[in-house]
Design a protein around this ligand. Structure first.
Ligand code: F6P
Length: 361
């Protein structure tokens, strides 16, 4: 039976989103002969007047799109439609308007590409509006439960690894300790993986407590072994030693993670007298060209998600497990966050490489 399906990207962008939209479009049109409608700017496209949508055609993807970072559909990570701040500063619930927009388009189902936060919101919306929903995980943080790899994560790790490659020569030239602050929200996956791949001496992640004294003696040891520089990777959600979060208040009033790199740099400079410098990697981790691995996962996820719609299997999320794509119940990931487990084999690898990863018993 012919169908008309919608697709949108939601939450922070990352590399590989254009590749997943392409894969879903090719599968929906070429295999099933369906119409696929791209909804712009996340769910905001459904409440715009006129609606901000575009019918997607395989030819749209003949050029460079799948190779590019970002999402050509646009996205939004501003708040929750159930509880938005309106023009007069009042709280408003936009969920009914979004559902109304979806129904107006006569869509049979919706494919939503998002992280754990977006999934929770989209699932709630779809339950309320009786909308058939399939989710696809994307987030550089790689913190979606039951899923080994989210779209965008591999590229972010690659960017952070490249940054360490570029920091090492300048660290050595100036005999400095270089601190690289990476994203990842409450999960240390980017820091741990890039830190190992990029030859870091110290990796600090939110999941493992550290001590400034141990970091400093690790640096002293490196020095006494004849090396005059060091590389330190710190995940943005690592707390100060006293347990306080490092945050920055932006002009819009929002408080965001930031500043832990500078804190670590200052504290170890005080103790070791090492010259320190900080690089905050920021959004280059999200906007880079997708790696081959992100393109592969995106392609596999896009095809599989459309096949789930064809089988009318809804309230599911496509996931990567055991080197392949499968799907799980959306409820099994809702409200959960996959952080680095202390028993993660990579922690052992790091310790085996004499990398300081915190106070591990
Ligand atoms: O969740 C993805 C992420 O890039 C986090 O790693 C980071 O903390 C956050 O989004 C940054 O969000 P924004 O783009 O709003 O600054």
């Amino acid at each position: 039976m012919s169908k008309k399906i919608g697709i949108l990207t939601s939450g922070g962008d990352c590399a590989g989103l254009n590749a997943v939209i392409r894969a879903a479009t090719l599968r929906a049109v070429n295999k099933y002969g369906w119409k696929i409608i791209g909804i712009k700017d996340g769910t905001l496209g459904l409440i715009a007047n006129p609606m901000n949508i575009i019918e997607l055609k395989p030819n749209d993807f003949d050029g460079t799109l799948m190779r590019m970072g970002g999402t050509f559909l646009g996205t939004s990570n501003k708040g929750n439609p159930f509880n938005m701040i309106g023009d007069e500063g009042k709280r408003i619930d936009l969920s009914d308007k979004i559902i109304e927009g979806f129904k107006k388009l006569n869509l049979d189902s919706l494919i939503g590409i998002g992280g754990d936060g977006s999934m929770k919101i989209l699932q709630k919306l779809c339950k309320k509006g009786n909308i058939n929903f399939v989710g696809i995980p994307k987030t550089i943080d790689n913190d979606v439960e039951n899923n080994e790899l989210s779209i965008g994560y591999d590229t972010a790790v690659d960017v952070a690894t490249n940054a360490l490659d570029m920091l090492q020569p300048t660290a050595a030239s100036h005999r400095r300790a270089m601190i690289l602050e990476v994203m990842g929200r409450d999960a240390g996956h980017i820091a741990l993986n890039a830190g190992i791949a990029g030859g870091a001496d110290i990796i600090l992640i939110p999941e493992i407590r550290y001590s400034l004294k141990s970091i400093s003696s690790h640096i002293e040891k490196i020095r006494s072994n004849g090396r005059n520089h060091a590389l330190i990777v710190v995940a943005e959600a690592v707390k100060k030693e006293d347990g306080r979060k490092a945050t920055v208040k932006f002009v819009d009033g929002q408080v965001r993670l930031g500043g832990i790199g500078t804190y670590i740099a200052d504290e170890i400079a005080k103790i070791t007298k090492a010259e320190t410098r900080v690089t905050v990697l920021g959004h280059v981790q999200r906007g880079a060209q997708p790696t081959h691995r992100d393109r592969l996962i995106a392609s596999a996820f896009g095809v599989y998600a459309v096949d789930l719609v064809a089988q009318e299997k809804f309230n599911r999320i496509v996931v990567w497990q055991n080197r392949g794509v499968t799907d799980v119940d959306l409820d099994s990931i809702a409200g959960k966050s996959k952080t680095v487990n202390i028993n993660d084999p990579l922690i052992k690898v790091a310790v085996g490489l004499n990398i300081y990863v915190g106070e591990i018993k």
